[in-house]
Design a protein around this ligand. Structure first.
Ligand code: SF4
Ligand code: SF4
Length: 133
């Protein structure tokens, strides 16, 4: 139990530093999850991400596909009664997954030039935020 408490405290510090969001403010009301447009593709619901953060269940979070499925659409943040920006927390979890491993999953040089010209700039910026260190 003590170990889990320590993990939760460490996670809290890391996520706060990376996202500026305090996941302990979440009261599990589920409004974020009810409005998420891609929830059917997620293995953990958005509110479950908050719950596992609060419980210090780091392995469950790092094994989940949900942070990668999140489309950073900000709907959850607009609905949250506690003003939590869950898209920033998802981004912080993705960064946590990538940075310790020193992985860069996408670099501009790997995208064919013809696709670079066609892809919306917003999609490119979102992709680089998601998949690069
Ligand atoms: S930002 Fe992510 S978690 Fe939040 S509603 Fe959009 S897709 Fe769902
Ligand atoms: S809407 Fe906000 S308070 Fe409610 S479950 Fe989602 S993150 Fe937590």
């Amino acid at each position: 139990m003590q170990k889990q408490g320590n993990t939760a405290n460490r996670l809290h510090g890391e996520i706060m530093e990376r996202s500026g969001q305090d996941f302990y403010n979440c009261i599990q009301c589920g409004k974020c999850t009810a409005g998420c447009p891609v929830v059917s593709a997620m293995d953990l619901l958005p509110r479950e991400i908050l719950l596992y953060l609060q419980m210090g269940e780091e392995e469950k979070l790092l094994d989940s596909k949900t942070p990668w499925i999140c489309a950073s659409c900000f709907t959850c943040g607009a609905r949250c009664i506690k003003d939590l920006d869950l898209s920033r927390i998802m981004e912080a979890i993705r960064a946590k997954m990538l940075r310790p491993r020193g992985v860069t999953c996408l670099s501009p040089g790997e995208i064919p030039k013809e696709q670079l010209e066609k892809l919306p700039q917003q999609a490119l910026v979102s992709g680089f935020r998601k998949y690069t260190r």
